[in-house]
Design a protein around this ligand. Sequence first.
Ligand code: NAD
Length: 514
Amino acid sequence: MESEVARDLRARATGGIMRKTQPAGSVRIARHRNFVNNTWVDAAATRTIVDPATGATIAVVPECDAADVARAIAAAREAFDHGPWRNVSAKDRGRILYQMAQLVRGHRDELAALETRNTGKPIVESEFDMDDAATCFEYYAGMATKIRGDTLSVPDNALNLTLKEPVGVVGLIVPWNYPLMLAAWKLGPALAAGCTVVLKPAEQTPLTALAFAKLVQQHIPDLPPGVLNVVTGDGPVAGRAIVDSMLVDKVAFTGGTETGRAILRGAADSNLKKVSLELGGKSPNIFFADADLDAATDGALFGVFINQGEVCSAGSRVLVQEQIFKPFMARMQAKTARITLGDPFKRATKMGPLVSEEHLDKVLRYIAVGKQEARLVMGGARRGGALKRGYFVDPTIFVTDNASRIAREEIFGPVVACIPFKDEEDAIRIANDTPYGLAAAVWSRDIFRCLRVVKALRAGIVWVNTMQPCYVESPWGGYKQSGHGREMSLQGQEEFLETKQVHINLSEAPIGWY
Ligand code: NAD
């Protein structure tokens, strides 16, 4: 909390992103405000944002309290209830979304650099994320004009049909691992439906959401005030203010399972707002003995170490058939030793720092647990030397069984639990023995076996002979404690729509009951 900075921000009249010259020798720090009703407003306090690769402060953003968030919600409510947005045609909503896609594509390099600076993820991955975000806006730009209801056959002399309408004011609460991409996954269908939104990025990684709002303000004058609002701040305060609000019709959330529980409780205790949840996972990546060893070990590493393991669908349980367990582990180890950890802006870097010091501590605590209960094969430490100021952790491999904590709890870092299994039945049993059900993968040259396993797995996304590809055309979401609802695809669109049944009596005769 920096009240001096807050005072300084309040003194300035314009601009979402402000730059202030710092004393000689220090870095220039970008200063931001909330985006509310198409203007930039201060909050009660501020928070500093750090570069996880160096620990240096890179920005100051608003730290909203409930009153700050209430202003954004009021703007979104007013825009939904009385603003021009509800009369904007589907065609024009689509056009606005297409402009958003073009903005992300046109500013891909600067947005990707900002994402890498803020999250620590390798620049090459941030570039993919920006492409993915733009593709998502394009998909839902096309979707806006395809939203439609049905006509139903009912027995009476009547016309019965359904209208699809926007669910209303939506709070979009997103995590720090794919900040702009996951915001786009929600903004696309929400705006295509005609909702108005309050977007709250994760407190650690708000920079690309704010930069996106700035681009929208500058380049899409047709977007009415109050349709897109961005507020920043802590989850239990700013996020909770959205969840508790009586003026919000729905919360679309991506984040941890415990936070998901709190959000459901908050929705139940307020106005029973609708909730969709994309939560955590402990996904099994299953390798049968006939899988191609080279492709399989590549897939095991990609499945768990991409984005430093900070991936909801990370294949953090690698299940390997006993016959190939030894050569599999040897090859996995050799490949892991070649992972380049370091400056996320270098194009050769394959693993950057973890997102924050707090998250680093959490991952190191799990590694300590693993050292007690499992066999450490490699890694298992914070990287020192030239990287000691950042939050770097060596890619870490454990051999364990499915009862260990490191095999049951989501670590969300570069830590993999490798577990041997006997046969197909054993693999399915272990894979499904988890409270989560987000994703799973199975590798084998025997397609009959693959399909049997696909059917037996309790997970929302199942890959065969690959892991992690993800497409806006296809639904994303979890079974069990990995969530409620689906994102992306036609199904993801439905999450932001209400269905109104309309029954039109075509008979002029009285009902004749009384
Ligand atoms: P988190 O739950 O701590 O935070 C996510 C968001 O929720 C943040 O914006 C945070 O400020 C907010 N928040 C926290 N407490 C809140 C509360 N009480 N009320 C309202 N909002 C609150 O999660 P995280 O650490 O940022 O992200 C990691 C988690 O996200 C992992 O569990 C991961 O699996 C999950 N995730 C899931 C998916 C998916 O598609 N299923 C995708 C990415 C991440």
